[in-house]
Write a protein that binds this ligand. Structure first.
Ligand SMILES: [Fe+2]
Ligand SMILES: [Fe+2]
Length: 317
């Protein structure tokens, strides 16, 4: 908190010109350039406030879950780690709250995130809680923070996200190490149960069929900023090439679940053919079977440079 200069005003121009929505580099599209500078700022501010409010609620959930894990995990080193993580999450709640307040108001928690947090907080099996927290929630957080950090040129936000993403990279790394030892001790029935739990949590933010995905909330905000959501979608769809290019730039990844949570599940042994089938079906229902075929490859691999994510951008602070 003290490492950041909170008196720095938010740089509107830098903010509006470097913002992406759901992995789509909206600000690089022709459509974006047709909007006035004020409309651009209104869209960017609201979209960012929704995302950052979501991060804030996620951090509050992480704080509560990490503190539960101190009591729930049976191993002493797991307890020590969860206690340091609890402190980190408390710091994250504080910084996100401070930044959102500078930008706009705090938006209410989205239904999808609430469902995930309720499920993790109320799970009685500590292994489910740990997978829900250190794989699903941390994976969504790390990927999304890093994505936003790499996109934004707004100096205070970039700095804040670099600090926070550094902690999340450590939390994810620990989760992978710890759970890699735990998963082989599970019998098939418990393993399947935990896979199902992780799948249900992971799909909450992206499966339109849950009625909980963030797309609806995002479009409502565009409307409030004076942009017709229907027109915006059809204009953006015409710029498919740019969108494809940005997917290529991300190494083919289609967002946090596909790009990070699934490879993490695979790396700890919770991505059986059975559960891969569930993911494939879900991607198919949302993005078409051709895309789902590509996304559900057998070899879901974590980013090769994951180890370096911990120190990424840190030298510039
Ligand atoms: Fe966090
Ligand atoms: Fe975390």
């Amino acid at each position: 908190m003290k490492d950041l200069d909170w008196d720095t005003p938010i740089d509107h121009a830098a903010f509006s010109s470097t913002f992406a929505v759901g992995g789509i580099p909206v600000t690089r599209t022709k459509f974006w350039k047709t909007l006035s500078a004020d409309t651009q700022w209104q869209v960017a501010r609201r979209t960012a406030a929704l995302m950052l409010s979501t991060f804030l609620h996620g951090e509050q959930g992480a704080l509560m879950t990490a503190s539960q894990l101190v009591a729930a995990v049976p191993h002493m080193d797991g307890k020590f780690y969860a206690s340091t993580q609890t402190l980190d999450e408390a710091r994250h709640v504080e910084v996100f709250a401070a930044y959102v307040r500078k930008l706009d108001e705090v938006y209410p928690i989205t239904k999808g995130l609430r469902t995930i947090l309720d499920a993790i907080l109320s799970a009685d099996n500590w292994k489910m809680k740990a997978v829900g927290m250190n794989v699903v929630l941390e994976g969504l957080a790390l990927y999304s923070f890093r994505d936003m950090r790499n996109q934004t040129e707004e100096p205070l936000l970039k700095k804040l996200l670099t600090y926070v993403a550094r902690d999340e990279a450590r939390h994810t790394g620990y989760g992978i190490k710890y759970l890699s030892h735990v998963v082989p001790t599970l019998d098939e029935a418990e393993k399947a149960e935990i896979e199902d739990f992780a799948f249900e949590a992971a799909r909450q933010l992206i499966d339109q069929r849950t009625g909980n995905s963030m797309r609806g909330d995002m479009l409502r905000l565009w409307g409030e900023a004076g942009v017709d959501p229907g027109e915006a979608i059809s204009a953006l769809m015409k710029e498919r090439e740019l969108i494809q290019e940005s997917i290529r730039e991300r190494g083919g990844s289609m967002g946090p679940v596909h790009g990070f949570v699934v490879p993490t599940l695979a790396s700890i042994g919770l991505y059986s053919d059975r559960i891969r089938g569930h993911f494939k079906e879900m991607w198919g229902a949302n993005m078409g079977s051709a895309r789902a075929e590509l996304m559900a490859r057998e070899d879901a691999i974590l980013p090769k440079d994951l180890g370096e994510w911990v120190d990424e951008g840190y030298e510039t602070l």
